[in-house]
Design a protein around this ligand. Structure first.
Ligand code: PLP
Length: 445
């Protein structure tokens, strides 16, 4: 076991071999995984033990928003770890107090209390419990084109194929219509989707529905930006039927869409707002559930039946406070909005040049390029939940040319850290541009 006692000096090959032998990889048949060993990362770049540089065009999982190795956050983590590593959640600490107050200042409307978790799935698990307890109703409506986490309960809310193998799961979940249907380039008009949503509510029985949960801008299912009026209309429907609106901003929170929170783009205040990822820029695990005053008031007299050993973890809270300071000090939220138009320009160039580029979407630095077999009729290069040789070849090309991003079915994600420069953006798009020759050739042939 000598090799397992220290990682110092392990080669890239050894790191990969031991990781594959002793650890289980998510979302994969283990024989198929081919991970890259990373030694360290700085700004928008990761470096392998062999010194190869990889441009991070997806902020890891749309989460390292401030870029890698920001000294201010590292120092805050080290200082808190040296002072107080952990107390159970019945005690309170300065990081918990300060972070709670800061988040309430940032979150919209009268969202004025937070519950801390370890990550996004747990934030959504607690959002459901809070909604059910506060309303005394049990059903939750969610969309097909969504991802809300992989724990047993919220896996049921997740509408995409990652849910299938986990069923049957939590009872009481039903589907509401999606503005974007698969294999259509544009969203449907908001009023049409809202009419159908109201029908579903009526047919499910409004008095049985605790909440509707949506990603205000859908993340891994395709950076789906809702048509104007949709989120406002959902808010009105929820108000009309006494249903709570949960906005899952685990991915969209903290500047990704050019505003602190995606709902701010449409002036909508959800009853419950769930957060994680960018909250600490992923330097440490932390999630949060923000609740409006009327829900918080319910729990003044009624017990909240929920808890976690690591609720309000002091070191994670210290990391979050420092991260929020970085967003503010460096103007990263505004930067995301500004660079969003630069990113859109790159998307437009790709679309003008490559017949295999279909829909392009972005809001702030949250973007997606769809690869198609044909624009008319609109035919994604993969089937739903499918894969294709072309997408695999695009992925391989980018990897071999030092670009990391995410590929979901027929989409190439473009979600770099908010600190990226215009030159670095151009470098990344030059690699994607060259890779798209592969799909152009395939559809021409
Ligand atoms: N909700 C959304 C919108 C997400 O994108 C994710 C993760 O990608 C989650 C929830 C789950 O978060 P976690 O992986 O931290 O549990």
């Amino acid at each position: 076991m000598a090799i397992g006692t220290t990682s110092a000096g392990l080669s890239a090959d050894e790191i990969v071999r031991l990781s594959r032998e002793y650890t289980l990889f998510p979302w994969s048949a283990q024989a198929a995984v081919a991970p890259i060993a990373i030694d360290h990362a700085e700004g928008v770049y990761m470096y392998t033990p062999d010194g190869d540089r990889i441009l991070d065009f997806n902020s890891q999982l749309m989460s390292v928003n401030i870029g890698h190795s920001d000294r201010r956050v590292i120092d805050a983590i080290a200082a808190q770890a040296a002072k107080l590593q952990f107390v159970q959640p019945g005690f309170v600490t300065e990081p918990r107090a300060v972070l709670g107050r800061k988040l309430v200042e940032l979150m919209p409307g009268d969202i004025d209390k937070v519950f801390f978790t370890l990550g996004g799935a747990e934030a959504n698990e607690n959002a459901i419990k809070l909604a059910r307890l506060a309303t005394g109703r049990h059903k939750i409506g969610a969309r097909y084109r969504s991802y809300h986490g992989a724990t047993a309960g919220v896996m049921t809310l997740t509408g995409d194929p990652r849910r299938w193998a986990n069923e049957p799961a939590m009872a009481g979940v039903f589907r509401i219509p999606d503005p974007h249907r698969w294999a259509e380039a544009e969203a449907r008009p908001a009023d049409e989707v809202l009419r159908e949503t109201e029908q579903v509510i009526q047919m499910e029985g409004p008095n049985t529905i605790a909440a509707l949960i949506v990603e205000p801008v859908v993340g891994t299912n395709g950076i789906l930006i809702p048509p104007d009026g949709y989120l406002q209309g959902l808010r009105e429907l929820c108000d009309r039927y006494g249903i709570l609106l949960i906005a899952d901003e685990v991915m969209t929170g903290f500047g990704r869409t050019g505003r602190w929170f995606a709902v701010d783009n449409w002036g909508v205040v959800p009853d419950i707002l769930t957060l994680a990822k960018g909250l600490t820029s992923s330097y440490l695990p932390l999630g949060a559930v923000g609740i409006r005053r009327h829900i918080a008031e319910h729990f003044e007299k009624n017990v909240y039946y929920g808890g976690l050993t690591y609720n309000s973890h002091p070191v994670s809270c210290a990391a979050a406070i420092a991260t929020l300071d970085v967003y503010e000090a460096d103007g990263l939220i505004e930067r995301s909005a500004r660079l969003g138009s630069v990113l859109r320009g790159h998307h437009e160039v790709l679309r003008a040049k490559h017949p295999s580029v279909g829909a392009i979407r972005n809001i702030g630095l949250f973007g997606m390029v769809e690869v198609v077999r044909s624009r008319d009729p609109y035919t994604p290069i993969t089937g739903y939940n499918g894969t294709s040789d072309e997408m695999k070849a695009i992925q391989r090309y980018c990897r071999e040319h030092g670009l990391f991003t995410m590929y979901q079915w027929n989409g190439i994600h473009t979600n770099p850290p908010l600190t990226i420069t215009e030159e670095q953006l151009a470098d990344g798009f030059a690699i994607i541009d060259a890779a798209l020759d592969i799909s152009d050739q395939a559809i021409a042939g």
